[in-house]
Design a protein around this ligand. Sequence first.
Ligand code: ZN
Ligand code: ZN
Length: 352
Amino acid sequence: MRALVFHGPGRKAWEEVRDPEITDEGDAIVRVDTTTICGTDLHILAGDLPEVRAGRILGHEAVGTIDEVGAGVHRLAPGDRVLVPCISACGTCQFCREGRYGQCLEGGGWVLGHRIDGTQAEYVRVPYADTSTYRIPDGVPDEEILMLADILPTGYEVGVLAGGVRPGDVVAVVGAGPVGLSAITCARLFSPSHIIAIDVSGTRLGEAIEFGADFTINDSREDPVALIKDLTGRLGADVAIEAAGSPATFELAVRLARPGGRIANIGVHGHPAVLHLEQQWARDITVTTGLVDGSSTPTLMRLLATGQLAAGRFVTHRFGMDDFENAYDVFADAAINGALKVVLTRQEEAAQ
Ligand SMILES: [Zn+2]
Ligand SMILES: [Zn+2]
Protein backbone atom coordinates (compact mmCIF):
# COMPACT_ATOMS: atom_id res chain seq x y z
CA MET A 1 0.00 0.00 0.00
CA ARG A 2 1.00 3.65 -0.05
CA ALA A 3 1.35 5.83 3.01
CA LEU A 4 2.67 9.19 4.18
CA VAL A 5 5.89 8.34 6.00
CA PHE A 6 7.75 10.66 8.40
CA HIS A 7 11.50 10.60 7.76
CA GLY A 8 12.68 12.88 10.55
CA PRO A 9 12.16 16.62 11.07
CA GLY A 10 11.19 18.41 7.86
CA ARG A 11 11.07 15.20 5.80
CA LYS A 12 8.13 13.10 4.67
CA ALA A 13 7.07 11.13 1.58
CA TRP A 14 3.99 9.44 0.12
CA GLU A 15 5.50 6.07 -0.70
CA GLU A 16 5.05 2.31 -1.00
CA VAL A 17 5.17 0.48 2.36
CA ARG A 18 4.17 -2.95 3.67
CA ASP A 19 0.47 -3.53 4.27
CA PRO A 20 -0.48 -3.46 7.97
CA GLU A 21 -1.27 -6.82 9.57
CA ILE A 22 -3.27 -7.89 12.58
CA THR A 23 -0.81 -8.32 15.45
CA ASP A 24 -3.27 -8.59 18.35
CA GLU A 25 -6.66 -10.27 18.47
CA GLY A 26 -8.33 -6.94 19.28
CA ASP A 27 -7.00 -5.27 16.10
CA ALA A 28 -8.88 -4.36 12.98
CA ILE A 29 -7.46 -3.39 9.63
CA VAL A 30 -9.40 -0.42 8.30
CA ARG A 31 -9.39 0.64 4.67
CA VAL A 32 -8.98 4.40 4.86
CA ASP A 33 -11.57 6.15 2.70
CA THR A 34 -11.04 9.71 3.94
CA THR A 35 -8.33 11.22 6.11
CA THR A 36 -6.96 14.64 6.97
CA ILE A 37 -3.93 16.50 8.28
CA CYS A 38 -3.77 17.97 11.79
CA GLY A 39 -1.74 20.85 13.18
CA THR A 40 -0.11 18.23 15.39
CA ASP A 41 1.30 16.57 12.25
CA LEU A 42 3.02 19.88 11.49
CA HIS A 43 4.39 19.91 15.06
CA ILE A 44 5.80 16.40 14.43
CA LEU A 45 7.39 17.56 11.17
CA ALA A 46 8.85 20.57 12.97
CA GLY A 47 10.55 18.20 15.42
CA ASP A 48 8.41 19.28 18.40
CA LEU A 49 7.52 15.67 19.26
CA PRO A 50 10.85 13.83 19.30
CA GLU A 51 9.19 10.58 20.45
CA VAL A 52 7.83 10.18 16.90
CA ARG A 53 10.45 8.09 15.15
CA ALA A 54 11.55 8.23 11.54
CA GLY A 55 9.66 5.64 9.52
CA ARG A 56 6.37 6.31 11.28
CA ILE A 57 3.23 6.65 9.12
CA LEU A 58 1.55 9.89 10.23
CA GLY A 59 -2.13 10.69 10.73
CA HIS A 60 -4.66 10.12 13.50
CA GLU A 61 -8.02 10.85 11.88
CA ALA A 62 -9.94 8.70 9.40
CA VAL A 63 -13.25 7.48 8.13
CA GLY A 64 -12.98 4.03 6.64
CA THR A 65 -14.32 0.57 6.06
CA ILE A 66 -13.42 -2.47 8.16
CA ASP A 67 -11.32 -4.76 5.99
CA GLU A 68 -10.35 -7.47 8.47
CA VAL A 69 -10.80 -8.09 12.20
CA GLY A 70 -8.84 -10.08 14.78
CA ALA A 71 -10.39 -13.03 16.61
CA GLY A 72 -11.07 -10.88 19.68
CA VAL A 73 -13.14 -8.25 17.86
CA HIS A 74 -16.83 -8.86 18.55
CA ARG A 75 -18.70 -5.75 17.49
CA LEU A 76 -17.27 -5.07 14.05
CA ALA A 77 -17.25 -7.00 10.79
CA PRO A 78 -15.68 -6.47 7.38
CA GLY A 79 -17.67 -3.90 5.43
CA ASP A 80 -18.68 -1.85 8.48
CA ARG A 81 -18.17 1.89 8.03
CA VAL A 82 -16.38 3.47 10.97
CA LEU A 83 -14.85 6.63 12.34
CA VAL A 84 -11.26 6.09 13.46
CA PRO A 85 -10.65 8.88 16.00
CA CYS A 86 -7.33 10.19 17.24
CA ILE A 87 -7.70 8.39 20.58
CA SER A 88 -7.66 4.60 20.90
CA ALA A 89 -8.99 2.99 24.07
CA CYS A 90 -8.38 -0.42 25.63
CA GLY A 91 -11.73 0.07 27.36
CA THR A 92 -10.74 -1.74 30.56
CA CYS A 93 -7.88 0.10 32.30
CA GLN A 94 -8.60 2.47 35.17
CA PHE A 95 -8.56 5.58 33.03
CA CYS A 96 -10.68 4.06 30.26
CA ARG A 97 -13.24 3.03 32.91
CA GLU A 98 -13.38 6.70 33.90
CA GLY A 99 -13.90 7.79 30.28
CA ARG A 100 -10.43 9.29 30.30
CA TYR A 101 -9.42 7.43 27.15
CA GLY A 102 -6.65 9.87 26.25
CA GLN A 103 -4.74 8.59 29.30
CA CYS A 104 -5.26 4.86 28.54
CA LEU A 105 -2.69 2.75 30.37
CA GLU A 106 -2.72 -0.28 28.07
CA GLY A 107 -1.44 0.99 24.76
CA GLY A 108 -4.36 3.26 23.86
CA GLY A 109 -4.56 7.04 24.09
CA TRP A 110 -3.04 9.02 21.24
CA VAL A 111 -1.03 6.27 19.58
CA LEU A 112 -2.05 6.45 15.89
CA GLY A 113 0.50 8.38 13.86
CA HIS A 114 2.48 8.89 17.06
CA ARG A 115 3.61 5.62 18.68
CA ILE A 116 2.17 3.28 16.04
CA ASP A 117 1.52 3.76 12.33
CA GLY A 118 -1.32 6.14 11.52
CA THR A 119 -4.16 6.88 9.15
CA GLN A 120 -2.47 8.82 6.34
CA ALA A 121 -2.33 5.58 4.41
CA GLU A 122 -4.49 3.31 2.30
CA TYR A 123 -4.93 0.94 5.28
CA VAL A 124 -4.37 1.28 9.01
CA ARG A 125 -4.19 -1.18 11.90
CA VAL A 126 -6.45 0.03 14.70
CA PRO A 127 -5.77 -1.52 18.13
CA TYR A 128 -8.67 -2.34 20.49
CA ALA A 129 -10.95 -1.89 17.50
CA ASP A 130 -14.23 -2.54 19.37
CA THR A 131 -13.63 0.38 21.75
CA SER A 132 -11.52 2.58 19.44
CA THR A 133 -13.91 3.07 16.51
CA TYR A 134 -17.43 4.40 16.09
CA ARG A 135 -19.97 3.11 13.63
CA ILE A 136 -21.16 5.87 11.30
CA PRO A 137 -24.82 6.84 11.04
CA ASP A 138 -26.39 6.74 7.58
CA GLY A 139 -26.88 9.94 5.67
CA VAL A 140 -23.99 12.00 7.02
CA PRO A 141 -21.14 12.69 4.57
CA ASP A 142 -17.80 11.04 5.45
CA GLU A 143 -15.99 14.36 5.50
CA GLU A 144 -18.36 15.71 8.16
CA ILE A 145 -17.92 12.61 10.31
CA LEU A 146 -14.16 13.01 9.86
CA MET A 147 -14.33 16.28 11.82
CA LEU A 148 -15.27 14.15 14.85
CA ALA A 149 -11.93 12.34 14.73
CA ASP A 150 -10.12 15.14 16.51
CA ILE A 151 -11.02 18.83 16.15
CA LEU A 152 -14.64 18.82 17.35
CA PRO A 153 -14.17 16.66 20.46
CA THR A 154 -10.92 18.50 21.20
CA GLY A 155 -12.57 21.93 21.06
CA TYR A 156 -15.58 20.65 22.99
CA GLU A 157 -13.91 18.59 25.72
CA VAL A 158 -10.58 20.33 26.29
CA GLY A 159 -11.92 23.82 25.59
CA VAL A 160 -15.64 24.19 26.31
CA LEU A 161 -16.24 21.44 28.90
CA ALA A 162 -12.90 21.83 30.72
CA GLY A 163 -13.45 25.60 30.70
CA GLY A 164 -16.90 25.08 32.20
CA VAL A 165 -18.69 27.35 29.71
CA ARG A 166 -22.14 28.28 31.07
CA PRO A 167 -25.10 30.29 29.76
CA GLY A 168 -24.32 33.99 29.77
CA ASP A 169 -20.55 33.57 29.93
CA VAL A 170 -18.13 35.75 28.01
CA VAL A 171 -15.85 33.31 26.22
CA ALA A 172 -12.57 34.42 24.65
CA VAL A 173 -10.92 32.01 22.22
CA VAL A 174 -7.27 32.69 21.40
CA GLY A 175 -6.43 31.14 18.03
CA ALA A 176 -9.03 30.71 15.28
CA GLY A 177 -7.59 27.68 13.53
CA PRO A 178 -9.69 24.52 13.16
CA VAL A 179 -9.56 23.67 16.88
CA GLY A 180 -10.29 27.23 17.99
CA LEU A 181 -13.22 27.33 15.56
CA SER A 182 -14.42 24.01 17.00
CA ALA A 183 -14.33 25.53 20.47
CA ILE A 184 -16.28 28.54 19.18
CA THR A 185 -18.97 26.48 17.49
CA CYS A 186 -19.29 24.12 20.48
CA ALA A 187 -19.37 27.01 22.98
CA ARG A 188 -22.46 28.28 21.10
CA LEU A 189 -24.32 25.19 22.34
CA PHE A 190 -24.25 26.75 25.84
CA SER A 191 -25.68 30.19 24.95
CA PRO A 192 -22.79 32.39 26.08
CA SER A 193 -23.44 36.13 26.03
CA HIS A 194 -20.36 36.79 23.88
CA ILE A 195 -17.79 34.71 22.06
CA ILE A 196 -14.68 36.70 21.20
CA ALA A 197 -12.20 35.27 18.70
CA ILE A 198 -8.59 36.47 18.77
CA ASP A 199 -6.13 35.76 15.98
CA VAL A 200 -3.53 37.53 13.84
CA SER A 201 -5.18 36.44 10.57
CA GLY A 202 -8.07 38.50 9.24
CA THR A 203 -9.18 35.52 7.14
CA ARG A 204 -9.43 33.31 10.20
CA LEU A 205 -11.29 35.96 12.14
CA GLY A 206 -13.78 36.11 9.26
CA GLU A 207 -14.23 32.35 9.64
CA ALA A 208 -14.67 32.79 13.38
CA ILE A 209 -17.75 34.93 12.74
CA GLU A 210 -19.13 32.20 10.45
CA PHE A 211 -18.59 29.62 13.19
CA GLY A 212 -20.38 31.65 15.85
CA ALA A 213 -18.06 34.33 17.28
CA ASP A 214 -19.77 37.69 17.65
CA PHE A 215 -16.70 39.81 18.20
CA THR A 216 -13.18 39.49 16.77
CA ILE A 217 -9.85 41.00 17.76
CA ASN A 218 -6.82 41.03 15.50
CA ASP A 219 -4.00 41.00 18.03
CA SER A 220 -1.42 41.97 15.43
CA ARG A 221 -2.86 45.50 15.73
CA GLU A 222 -5.35 45.59 18.61
CA ASP A 223 -4.94 44.98 22.34
CA PRO A 224 -7.18 42.06 23.33
CA VAL A 225 -6.78 42.69 27.08
CA ALA A 226 -7.99 46.30 26.83
CA LEU A 227 -10.83 45.47 24.40
CA ILE A 228 -12.16 42.59 26.49
CA LYS A 229 -11.95 44.69 29.66
CA ASP A 230 -14.03 47.35 27.86
CA LEU A 231 -16.57 44.75 26.77
CA THR A 232 -16.94 43.24 30.24
CA GLY A 233 -17.11 46.27 32.51
CA ARG A 234 -13.37 45.93 33.35
CA LEU A 235 -13.72 42.33 34.56
CA GLY A 236 -12.35 40.08 31.82
CA ALA A 237 -13.61 36.90 30.21
CA ASP A 238 -15.37 34.22 32.25
CA VAL A 239 -13.61 31.59 30.16
CA ALA A 240 -10.45 32.01 28.08
CA ILE A 241 -9.68 29.14 25.72
CA GLU A 242 -6.15 28.84 24.34
CA ALA A 243 -6.16 27.14 20.94
CA ALA A 244 -2.90 28.25 19.37
CA GLY A 245 -0.12 26.56 21.34
CA SER A 246 2.51 29.26 21.77
CA PRO A 247 3.92 30.80 24.97
CA ALA A 248 2.56 34.23 24.01
CA THR A 249 -0.98 33.00 23.33
CA PHE A 250 -1.09 31.01 26.58
CA GLU A 251 0.09 34.00 28.59
CA LEU A 252 -2.48 36.16 26.80
CA ALA A 253 -5.28 33.72 27.62
CA VAL A 254 -4.38 33.89 31.31
CA ARG A 255 -4.45 37.70 31.24
CA LEU A 256 -7.85 37.71 29.50
CA ALA A 257 -9.63 35.78 32.25
CA ARG A 258 -11.49 37.65 34.97
CA PRO A 259 -10.80 36.98 38.66
CA GLY A 260 -12.42 33.62 39.34
CA GLY A 261 -12.25 32.87 35.62
CA ARG A 262 -11.23 29.69 33.91
CA ILE A 263 -8.42 29.22 31.39
CA ALA A 264 -8.65 26.10 29.26
CA ASN A 265 -5.47 25.30 27.36
CA ILE A 266 -5.99 23.20 24.25
CA GLY A 267 -2.81 24.20 22.41
CA VAL A 268 -0.01 21.71 21.75
CA HIS A 269 3.07 23.38 23.21
CA GLY A 270 6.60 22.76 21.98
CA HIS A 271 8.17 25.36 24.27
CA PRO A 272 7.80 26.42 27.93
CA ALA A 273 5.01 28.92 28.60
CA VAL A 274 5.10 30.98 31.79
CA LEU A 275 2.26 31.05 34.28
CA HIS A 276 2.89 34.44 35.91
CA LEU A 277 2.00 33.54 39.47
CA GLU A 278 3.51 36.82 40.65
CA GLN A 279 0.51 38.45 38.91
CA GLN A 280 -2.05 35.67 39.14
CA TRP A 281 -1.69 34.04 42.56
CA ALA A 282 -4.54 36.00 44.18
CA ARG A 283 -6.97 36.01 41.22
CA ASP A 284 -8.83 32.73 41.98
CA ILE A 285 -8.27 31.41 38.47
CA THR A 286 -8.48 27.82 37.31
CA VAL A 287 -6.15 26.61 34.56
CA THR A 288 -6.88 23.33 32.82
CA THR A 289 -4.96 21.49 30.13
CA GLY A 290 -5.18 18.06 28.66
CA LEU A 291 -5.60 15.69 25.79
CA VAL A 292 -8.93 14.93 24.17
CA ASP A 293 -10.60 11.69 25.32
CA GLY A 294 -13.33 11.33 22.73
CA SER A 295 -15.83 10.59 25.51
CA SER A 296 -18.13 13.19 23.91
CA THR A 297 -17.99 11.61 20.45
CA PRO A 298 -21.41 9.90 20.64
CA THR A 299 -22.99 13.20 21.76
CA LEU A 300 -21.26 15.17 19.03
CA MET A 301 -22.23 12.56 16.43
CA ARG A 302 -25.87 13.00 17.42
CA LEU A 303 -25.59 16.78 17.20
CA LEU A 304 -23.97 16.45 13.80
CA ALA A 305 -26.54 13.97 12.49
CA THR A 306 -29.36 16.29 13.57
CA GLY A 307 -27.80 19.33 11.94
CA GLN A 308 -26.85 21.18 15.12
CA LEU A 309 -23.13 21.26 14.35
CA ALA A 310 -22.03 22.55 10.95
CA ALA A 311 -19.04 20.24 10.54
CA GLY A 312 -18.94 20.45 6.75
CA ARG A 313 -17.90 24.09 6.97
CA PHE A 314 -14.44 23.06 8.21
CA VAL A 315 -13.56 21.39 4.90
CA THR A 316 -11.94 23.97 2.66
CA HIS A 317 -9.71 21.85 0.39
CA ARG A 318 -10.07 18.38 -1.10
CA PHE A 319 -7.35 16.17 -2.55
CA GLY A 320 -6.84 12.62 -3.73
CA MET A 321 -4.42 10.65 -1.57
CA ASP A 322 -1.72 10.76 -4.26
CA ASP A 323 -1.70 14.51 -3.73
CA PHE A 324 -0.56 14.29 -0.10
CA GLU A 325 2.52 16.49 -0.58
CA ASN A 326 0.38 19.23 -2.05
CA ALA A 327 -2.21 18.89 0.69
CA TYR A 328 0.50 19.32 3.34
CA ASP A 329 1.78 22.45 1.58
CA VAL A 330 -1.70 23.97 1.47
CA PHE A 331 -2.38 23.10 5.11
CA ALA A 332 0.99 24.46 6.26
CA ASP A 333 0.19 27.78 4.55
CA ALA A 334 -3.27 27.87 6.07
CA ALA A 335 -3.06 31.46 7.30
CA ILE A 336 -2.44 32.62 3.71
CA ASN A 337 -4.78 30.42 1.66
CA GLY A 338 -7.59 30.16 4.20
CA ALA A 339 -7.28 26.39 4.63
CA LEU A 340 -9.06 24.94 7.64
CA LYS A 341 -9.26 21.20 7.12
CA VAL A 342 -7.83 19.58 4.00
CA VAL A 343 -9.52 16.29 3.24
CA LEU A 344 -7.83 13.48 1.35
CA THR A 345 -9.94 10.82 -0.26
CA ARG A 346 -9.04 7.42 -1.60
CA GLN A 347 -8.42 7.59 -5.32
CA GLU A 348 -11.19 5.21 -6.44
CA GLU A 349 -13.72 7.18 -4.41
CA ALA A 350 -12.41 10.51 -5.67
CA ALA A 351 -12.81 9.32 -9.27
CA GLN A 352 -16.45 8.36 -8.78
ZN1 ZN B 1 -4.86 16.09 15.75
ZN1 ZN C 1 -7.31 1.92 28.62
